[in-house]
Design a protein around this ligand. Structure first.
Ligand code: DX5
Ligand code: ZN
Length: 218
């Protein structure tokens, strides 16, 4: 099964509940929330209070992508806010095994994400612990960037490791995913597709947003 995780980063924040409902009506199956701290990435977005508000708008799984330094400090806050899946960057976790275990202990599904410059080898030891691995297909921090084709090799590598190791983690991709790139990543083995700018049509255009979601997996 392939899931479409719509990223609300590209939504109209003045109508967030409607924007979530529209993407859901169009066939979105996961709500992806990008948390940025202005340190790990240059941009700042939102934190637990907004996750809690999103929680009240949808019963879809909330896939919370932490682009923050020292994520251990906030695990409890995101659990309380209602995150279902919590994704941490390999690049900021000194004790990745401990962090992922702690996410599970707080009742969420743990996931790990790697930047375009980070090799798959850095996360092999934690693959048995994760619900999914997110392969960034752009450098994190902003929506609307161009897909980096080389990252597809990492999706293939993870798919073969999953097989060899007898595991069942899912493989997610994030960044520049749209009509031109979706086929390639799915063929490589991705089954959780994050899309922001390919879904959201901009303020005042819910019909187009819904159509974008409907069209996405055609
Ligand atoms: C980027 C975020 C993405 C972003 C994707 O750092 O992690 O989730 O919303 O946006 P698009 O789909 O526009 O590349
Ligand atoms: Zn993201």
């Amino acid at each position: 099964m392939i899931d479409l995780a719509f990223s609300i980063l590209a939504a109209d924040f003045t109508h967030l509940a409607d924007e979530i409902a529209t993407a859901e009506r169009g066939g979105g199956t996961v709500c992806h929330v990008d948390v940025m701290d202005g340190h790990f990435v240059p941009n700042i977005t939102f934190g637990p209070p907004v996750v809690a508000a999103v929680r009240r708008c949808t019963s879809l799984p909330l896939d919370v992508h932490l682009m923050i330094e020292d994520p251990d400090r906030y695990i409890e806050d995101f659990a309380k806010a209602g995150a279902d899946w919590l994704i941490v960057h390999q690049e900021v976790c000194r004790h990745l095994h401990r962090t992922l275990s702690s996410i599970r202990e707080h009742g969420m599904q743990p996931a790990v994400v790697i930047n375009p410059a980070t090799p798959v080898e850095t996360i092999i030891e934690v693959l048995p612990l994760v619900h999914h691995v997110l392969v960034m297909t752009v450098n994190p921090g902003f929506g609307g960037q161009s897909f980096i084709p080389r990252c597809v090799n990492k999706v293939k590598h993870l798919a073969s490791l999953r097989n060899e190791m007898g595991l069942n983690f899912r493989i997610e991709v994030d960044g520049g995913i749209g009509h031109d790139t979706v086929e390639e990543v799915v063929r490589a083995g991705a089954d959780l597709l994050v899309a922001g700018s390919a879904i959201y049509a901009g303020p005042g255009n819910p019909a187009q947003t819904e159509n974008n979601a409907v069209d996405f997996l055609r």
